[in-house]
Design a protein. Structure first.
Length: 91
């Protein structure tokens, strides 16, 4: 009985994470000029700080903040490199 509850909970968490990643990647756009998530848009030239870990990066200006979750994308390593190159060489 307890194992069935545990498996059900893990299935729920897996479905939730999958749906979150699909929604997150659909609402995030990265171009040569900016990073956009939903209605928030940050020009690369306006970035004041960034903080990353193994799963995401927080890109900030004085007024806005966008979190990009790498593993919501087909090529997370390529996305990491793309973002890092934009942060070091803003348009």
């Amino acid at each position: 009985m307890l194992m069935n509850i545990l498996y059900g909970f893990l299935a729920f968490v897996g479905i939730f994470v999958s749906l979150f990643w699909v929604f997150d990647s659909k609402n995030t756009r990265i171009t040569d000029e900016y990073v956009e998530k939903g209605k928030n848009r940050i020009l690369w030239s306006e970035v004041t700080s960034s903080k990353s870990n193994d799963f995401s990066i927080v890109i900030s200006t004085r007024e806005k903040r966008i979190v990009v979750n790498y593993y919501a994308y087909r090529n997370p390593e390529g996305l990491m490199q793309e973002i890092q190159s934009r942060l070091t060489n803003p348009a």
